[in-house]
Design a protein around this ligand. Structure first.
Ligand code: SAM
Length: 345
């Protein structure tokens, strides 16, 4: 297995057989070697810096009915909310004071957030914080909408592809959602000039080593600046509520593999990873991740943005999360930094 890890690192490529071997390995020394190589690769590009993104969950209204998602349209017991521009700006102000230099506006696909409303909001953030990056994660929109938001001052866009296998995609989403449109969105975002993040859940129902291999091949072709992967966690009240959660170990191995394949990529240690394991995010950093996304959303609304069960930090103030994360990240020998954390070409 060590030879395989060295080959992946040297060629920045992986075969299906190598992926199978790495994901099924039981030799802990060999798996530790994988993590160590990934960490070393990450540090050779970004040093020991870990970049913070302040997550602002702007709305949990969603027109989509993704089978895995806790805020899907047909989940009747979700208490729906959306933030006003003023509330979003307050979150940014708190975040800026705490050292955040990237704000991520994430939400369900909520028609209330028209291009006019969103462009106004993005411009207001851009004017108030010219030194910060603005990331959007608002799902599928038209090319024209993405273009207007970019012109308004947004720099980055996160849109997980969810799976690079069309049949698997169809099994995770309702018929009205299309794999081709997801791919069209990602292509449009890239062509417009955003730093783009794709990604997927680890252990989503129907995922296999083969579909994961397709994900890695897609990432290789697409060359995103960011890759967001985290374990699937069942959400009660969804069709997948009784499915098994994704594995922390598999997520860590995939993080390490992605780091070896794409040394420069920005790779979050996700909240979902921290939800399934008390040191999940720290372990993610030690496996080659270099981004964390603490929550800046108003405390009153945190519990309503429950994409899955037992989500981390729903009761904490932003400042508490910041201090707690700082302490946690230091235990890995890395350090949270006050920096936009742009992709290094
Ligand atoms: N609506 C936007 C979109 O589709 O990109 C942003 C919000 S969406 C809820 C953000 C991500 O949450 C999805 O891309 C999905 O991978 C993740 N997610 C949703 N439900 C999840 C679950 N049950 N477990 C883990 N991750 C989940």
């Amino acid at each position: 297995m060590k030879t395989i890890v060295d080959t992946i690192a040297a060629t920045r490529d992986i075969t299906l057989e190598q992926l199978q071997t790495v994901l099924s390995a039981t030799d802990t020394a060999a798996v530790d070697y994988l993590y160590a190589r990934a960490l070393e690769t990450c540090r050779s590009v970004y040093g020991n810096a870990v970049f913070m993104r302040g997550l602002i969950e702007v709305s949990n209204h969603c027109k989509n009915d993704c089978l895995y998602c806790g805020i899907r349209r047909s989940h009747a017991s979700v208490h729906r909310y959306r933030l006003s521009e003023e509330q979003v700006l307050e979150c940014c102000a708190t975040g800026y004071r705490l050292g955040f230099r990237t704000f991520v506006l994430q939400g369900g696909e909520d028609g209330w957030f028209s291009d006019t409303v969103l462009c106004h909001m993005v411009q207001a953030i851009r004017n108030a914080y010219p030194d910060c990056a603005i990331t959007l994660s608002l799902g599928e929109r038209s090319r024209e909408s993405y273009r207007q938001l970019f012109e308004a001052g947004a720099n980055r866009y996160l849109l997980r592809h969810e799976t690079a296998n069309a049949a698997h995609y169809a099994s995770l989403h309702p018929a009205e959602m299309s794999f081709d449109n997801r791919m069209r969105c990602l292509q449009d975002l890239k062509e417009i000039g955003y730093q783009v993040g794709c990604g997927f859940m680890v252990g989503s129902p129907g995922q296999t080593v083969e579909t994961l291999f397709e994900d890695l091949q897609f990432i290789r072709r697409f060359e995103p600046q960011m890759v967001g992967i985290g374990p699937f966690i069942p959400a009660s009240g969804t069709p997948f509520e009784n499915e098994k959660a994704g594995s922390v170990e598999t997520t860590l191995r995939l993080l390490a593999i992605i780091r070896l394949l794409h040394p420069r990529v920005l790779l979050p240690a996700t909240t979902a990873l921290g939800t399934l394991h008390p040191r999940g995010r720290e372990r993610g950093i030690l496996a080659g991740a270099n981004v964390v996304m603490p929550n800046l959303s108003p405390k009153d609304h945190r519990k309503d943005y429950a994409l899955y069960d037992n989500k981390l930090c729903t009761g904490d103030e932003a400042a508490e999360c910041r201090v707690c994360l700082d302490r946690r990240i230091r235990t890995t020998g890395s350090q949270l930094v006050v920096d936009r954390g742009d992709f290094r070409e």
